[in-house]
Design a protein around this ligand. Structure first.
Ligand code: ASP
Ligand code: MG
Length: 436
């Protein structure tokens, strides 16, 4: 059985939604995971924020704008008045739920209920649409099988245990529709897998039911070897290993949710990235295999801050790094890149929530320098320690640009550079023309 995930733009208009059946083979047994209609989750985030701020009139205004969009949406989606009436019932139900929260009782729990409505809407409307055109399908509630534990980690065994019987209940059905992104947490409350989490849902379901393949359908033909918005002539990468895909997904190739690589990797489920606008295009296949001896791709991640801590006490001291890292652990701030010398450490973070507290604590170790507006440029490929020449080629390509940090050897398939965000475009272009 395959798992197919369609993102927000793939269900972003009634026209696009109708076209999904050109891709989904209604005769093959499969699970179809849908995101919310594009823009919906962003609007739901704003609605939740208005409630949290105690501004119910603002929430009501935002809800009306969003609901109006759905009123138009269903009019185009359904041709038959009976099914249009059903579609209307669906949106009335979800929007009255969103409207009926009160300011005083609004917490994160209610906020997450609101965030869940986008995927509930898209899947239910699609299910009703399939009924209208006479294609049998089963709507599977993700909240019945998608679960996270105390550490907010999804539990694959729970999916296996709860989803398998749901699928077995319908031996004659081919098409199963379910929601991406949403889940229940360890308290049983409605929760989510964080923004972009529908990819993660697809990979988790793939792992849970030991699917033959997970397909992630978006609006670009696979992962490209550089950022197509910045560099001309980028190409889709035909094949990547899970490790390479994880590095790229994290470092800016926004096409895939970074965590979604891991369940598929653990259970050896191939993942294909495909393009709804060009379904015949080959896309990117991610498996355990890797094309050897190749630089595969370049990606960039903005919004990075570099922190340098300099201290002579570090010289020959043990336990220094542990103490330093503990500061970041206390503030739940993750570190992306790190380089060390005998008397200084530089590291990068992308979450500035606690930067002032962190800086204050770090000054106990020595002098602290902060550089904001940095970009990590990450070059991914197969270049382990036994290989030679790759680092030289990368550095040769950026020799005219100031580089703040270099990280190489952390894994066999990554070399990262930290540069000023102003230099990003030049670095990406220069690397592209020299490496490919
Ligand atoms: N709808 C959610 C979001 O916009 C999840 C997803 O689309 O993957 O983040
Ligand atoms: Mg996405």
């Amino acid at each position: 059985m395959k798992v197919l995930k369609f993102g927000g733009t793939s269900v972003g208009s009634p026209e696009r939604m109708k076209k999904l059946l050109g891709i989904i083979d209604a005769n093959e047994r499969q699970v179809v995971v849908l995101s919310a209609v594009s823009g919906t989750t962003n609007s739901l985030v704003e609605i939740g924020q208005a409630y949290l701020a105690g501004d119910k009139p603002k929430a009501a205004q935002l809800i009306k704008i969003l609901k109006d969009k759905y009123e138009v949406f269903i009019k185009e989606l359904f041709a038959n008045p009976e099914f249009l009436a059903q579609g209307k019932e669906v949106i009335d139900y979800h929007f009255s739920l969103i409207s009926n929260f009160s300011n005083d009782l609004f917490t994160n729990i209610e906020d997450k209920i609101i965030l869940a409505q986008g995927e509930l809407l898209s899947t239910t409307l699609y299910h009703v649409y399939l009924k209208e055109i006479g294609v049998p399908s089963v709507l599977l509630p993700a909240l019945d099988f998608m679960k996270t534990d105390e550490d907010n980690e999804p539990v694959v065994d729970f999916i296996t245990e709860h989803l398998t019987p749901l699928l077995e209940k319908h031996p004659d059905n081919k098409l199963f529709i379910t929601q991406g992104y949403i889940c229940r947490n360890s308290f049983g409350e409605i929760d989510n897998l964080r923004r972009g989490g529908s990819d993660y849902t697809a990979s988790l379901i793939g792992a849970g039911i030991r699917s033959e393949e997970v397909q992630i359908w978006t609006d670009i033909d696979g992962m490209h070897n550089n950022d197509p918005r910045i560099v001309k002539g980028t190409k889709p990468i035909a094949q990547l290993s899970f490790d390479e895909a994880a590095e790229l997904a994290y470092f800016g190739a926004k096409i895939l949710h970074p965590q979604s690589v891991f369940p598929a990797q653990k259970y050896k489920i191939p993942v294909r990235l495909l393009n709804t606008m060009d379904p015949k295009a080959q896309g990117t296949l991610i498996t355990n295999e890797s094309d050897k001896d190749q630089i595969k791709s370049i990606a960039a991640k903005d919004g990075i801050t570099a922190i340098k801590v300099q201290s002579t006490r570090m010289l020959l001291a043990h336990g220094f790094l542990r103490k330093l890292f503990e500061v970041f652990e206390r503030y739940k701030t993750s570190i992306d890149m790190i380089t060390t010398s005998e008397v200084a450490v530089s590291l990068t973070i992308d979450d500035l929530t606690y930067i002032d507290d962190i800086t204050k604590e770090l000054t106990a170790f020595g002098s602290v320098d902060i550089d904001k507006d940095q970009t990590i440029i990450c070059v991914v490929g197969d270049f382990g320690a036994e290989k030679h020449g790759y680092a030289a080629r990368v550095l040769e390509a950026v020799k005219h640009i100031p580089v703040r940090m270099i990280s190489y050897g952390g894994s066999d398939h990554n070399m990262s550079l930290l540069v000023n965000t102003d230099s990003k475009t030049e670095v990406l272009r220069s690397l592209h023309s020299r490496l490919f």
